[in-house]
Every structure is written in C-alpha cells, then in structure tokens.
Design a protein around this ligand. Structure first.
Ligand SMILES: [Zn+2]
Length: 163
C-alpha cells in the first residue's frame, strides 16, 4: 500500500466522473495521467478491479453554462444505444430540470440514479422535444480493455498491448 495506491486513488477520484458519465471513448479516460508509478500489470489489475461493476452512460457532456449538451457518445455505449446524439440539449432527466444544470449537477443525478440505472431524458433536438430512456450499464470486458489499452499506451508505452 504505497505511493502507487495513493496515486491511483487520486487519479481514480478524478476519473470516477469520467467513468460514469463521460467514459469510454478510450483515449480520453485516463489521459493526462502521466505520473503512474506502477507496473503495467498492476495498473491493468487495479483499473479493471476499480471499474468492473461500475455503471456508465457513455457520453461526454458539454457544460454550456447554463445548460448541458451531449458532446459525443461512445460506440455501443448506453447513450448511443438509447438514441442520444451529439448536439442534444438536456432539458430534464428523471423529472429534474437540467436547463440550468452544471456538469456537477449531472454527476449528482447519475449518482442518484445508480440503484436502478434508469434515466428518463427530455432532450431538445433541432427544434423538437424528445423523450429518451437510457439505462446505465456496467462496463463490458471490451470497454474495459479499451480503457486499459489507452492507459497503457499513455503511461506505459513500452508495454502497450502486452496484456
Ligand atoms: Zn499505469
């Protein structure tokens, strides 16, 4: 339980939001973490352990201050599968208005929805309101592999793809 663990914890607390909300278009997730001091194998295990069972939406959100707009959706992630599209303005979710919400509010909303994973959105798309029902899902093995590959190629260049 040395410095690695502490570093990972710091990194992870920063990454949790990313993990739930923003996640998984690979590269972005653990990008910026250059100070990783563990071996590739340790990181692989810890990242896998940390994220397995966690649910995510698979969308990046633009904080328009005020308001939130979908910036991108991860391929085959819950957001894409639900039909959310980049450019959708989030009007409400689970009966909470989001027209003046910040990304912090949205993070809280996702945390509140964790028990059921159910998200009932109203979005504004090209002049029309749409109802979209999304469900937070656990990371698949494929998505975990992508995140880990991205981390390894960022912070352990010599061992990327070795696991
Ligand atoms: Zn690492």
């Amino acid at each position: 339980m040395g410095i690695l663990i502490r570093l990972m914890k710091q990194t992870f607390s920063r990454v949790v939001f990313v993990a739930w909300v923003v996640a998984t278009t690979a590269v972005a997730v653990f990008a910026g973490d250059q100070k990783c001091s563990g071996t590739a194998r340790e990181c692989d295990q810890q990242i896998r352990q940390f994220l397995s069972g966690k649910r995510f939406l698979g969308a990046t959100i633009d904080d328009k201050n005020p308001g939130l707009v979908i910036k991108s959706v991860a391929p085959n992630g819950p957001a894409e599968n639900a039909g959310l599209l980049p450019g959708d303005r989030l009007i409400a979710c689970n009966s909470k208005s989001l027209t003046h919400a910040t990304s912090r509010d949205f993070k809280q909303l996702l945390a509140d929805a964790r028990a059921t994973g159910e998200l009932r959105f109203i979005v504004w798309r090209r002049g029309v309101y749409k109802r979209i029902r999304a469900t937070l899902e656990p990371y698949s093995k494929e998505q975990l592999d992508k995140i880990i590959d991205a981390h390894l190629s960022q912070s352990h260049p010599s061992s990327a793809g070795a696991h």
